[in-house]
Design a protein around this ligand. Sequence first.
Ligand SMILES: [Zn+2]
Length: 415
Amino acid sequence: MTTTGLSLEIEGVIAELQALSQISEAEPPVVTRVVFSDADLRARAYVKGLCADAGLKITGDAVGNTFARWEGSEPDIAPVGTGSHIDAIPNAGLYDGCVGVLGGLQAIRVLQKMGYRPRRSIELVIFTAEEPTRFGIGCLGSRMMAGVLSPARARTLRDKEGRTLEELRTAAGFTGELESVSIRPGRFDKFIELHIEQGPTLEQEGIDIGLVIAIAAPASVRILVEGEGGHAGARLMPGRRDALAAAAELILALETAAKSAGAIDTVATVGICDVFPGAVNSIPSRVRLETDIRDIDATRRDGVIEFLGAACAAVSARRGVSITTELVNADPPATCDAEILNALEDSAKSASKTYKKMVSRAYHDALFMARIAPVGMLFIPCRGGVSHRPDEYASPEWIGSGIHVLARTLAQLAS
Ligand SMILES: [Zn+2]
């Protein structure tokens, strides 16, 4: 098919993004939209309304994932999916996730308007709770769709107020068995997510589109160091079993492991160091460290985790402290599909957009969709690389470029 004459009408999408941002638990322009909050439900209703206006057939599952389908001429074959999320962390901006949802919808409308009829259906997906704000676990909806989070574990999830996922989703009107949320591989022929970069590269280099080749995934290891406390003055240095001094060695060991892993894509961070009792004149007796270790290569990432484990054993023996570790999660990284990548590249070329191949260092719903479908992702720039803040910004031109390339790619893959 030809997509010359593809008319974007970007002003309309910007107006819709602005309207969506007004549906917030915080005072606009600050966006706070925690899953199953009143704002989340109103935002869903707004987006569903737009999808219905575009003639899409809307369905949903038991955890609130929403599917808006543009029926193809062969409705029985697997659709091409696109989409993202509309939930937002507290004090967020209006582009993260929403660009992929409203941009995906606009890509569909653009194709409709030019008279294109897809062979495969094209399905816009709005995932539930990409952000971990409420239940402490990211990508809840896509994780359950991919079968990575079991219904049994999902039933144990609670928010800070102690309300369960079961209680909250039911109150929000999402009923039915959680068992029905997971989908089989093949349900989607392919899946593509449009997203802001959330980093500075594209803007700095003046590039329109980032073609994602791989999505890094975090592993999280919790470390508990237990030593012996005591009076900071009375207890002399020989024979001390200071839990924080031991933890300090582990923090540096993790940094060394990531730096010496041999690839720029390996990163490791200790973001939480909880010291007990936390008094200036008391030797720390207990320390909890929470680590985040990411890579696009699972083997290399697991190598860092092993190195950390060996450091724990060595420090424990040398300092006489007890160290226990718990692997909190370890999602596998994803590699993007070569055919989708080619289609995106073709589309960027024919739309005369500049592009570069890059790694997604943040994770997205596409990471979990990759378990059950070939996936692709395209990034657009965001000003200063700023995200998860009210001053997050992507220009209409950047958004327009993303929608343009997405529309061409969807058309190519659905033909
Ligand atoms: Zn996002």
